[in-house]
Ligand binder design. Sequence first.
Ligand SMILES: Nc1ncnc2c1ncn2[C@@H]1O[C@H](COP(=O)(O)OP(=O)(O)OP(=O)(O)O)[C@@H](O)[C@H]1O
Ligand SMILES: [Mg+2]
Length: 243
Amino acid sequence: MTSYFVTATGTDIGKTYVTAGIIRAARQAGYDASGIKPIMSGYNEFNPEASDAGALLAAMGKPVDQQTIAAISPWRFAAPLSPDMAASREKRSISLRSILTFCRIAAEAAPGLMLVEGVGGAMVPLDNFYTVRDWISALEIPAILVAGTYLGTISHTLTAVEALQARQVNISALVLSESPNSPVPPEETAYAMAKFIPRIPIFIIPRDNNEAAFTRLAWVLAHDDKALQSAFPPERTIPTTSP
Ligand SMILES: Nc1ncnc2c1ncn2[C@@H]1O[C@H](COP(=O)(O)OP(=O)(O)OP(=O)(O)O)[C@@H](O)[C@H]1O
Ligand SMILES: [Mg+2]
């Protein structure tokens, strides 16, 4: 069992896209891989296939119905808002303790690679006290930080890295999921970031023809953290050709 927490610099950056892509690629390569999405906001119960949990189930080759959705996503809210706001609209609250228990049980039960997709960005509130960062830190599993390649991503990404590292969260991989209309090639953005975070392996997921990129990422993640570090020592995270 190898678990990772998939978080991001913000909402709509590519967590589900990347999580589903890793699961699919890992399964195609013969590894057991699964994912959970404990908290969903903006959930439409009449269209479960369109939800994040629906996308993860499809990647796992499982049917998408109310039961399978509930099994991997117990905290579902209708309003497309941050979890604390979405929960309060329904006069509910989110118990971090219960979420931690759910994640731990899911991780124990998973025989292979297990990915926990967070919600929104790393500093999104779950209630009046806790953010996603507290959730990751309490789980004590490494994080995969998903970021974009849009103008402004460098500062957003380095800020998220600082915030996670301030709580001793180990970031196993920074995944740059290519944004539409990126101002420069993703490699140039990766190169600019790598100078400030030389110890974090950076992976690029292009918008097109990204099967090979997902296969490579899945292979590395399916092995333990030591394999990740030795496969991508710090100096190799910086592209050899300068932009
Ligand atoms: N590398 C990529 N190539 C093509 N499309 C992408 C890529 N990354 C993200 N997308 C698309 O961008 C949109 C937002 O991605 P996604 O739903 O994965 O974000 P998210 O971080 O999971 O959002 P949320 O905070 O709502 O969970 C989706 O339509 C997704 O398919
Ligand atoms: Mg998502």
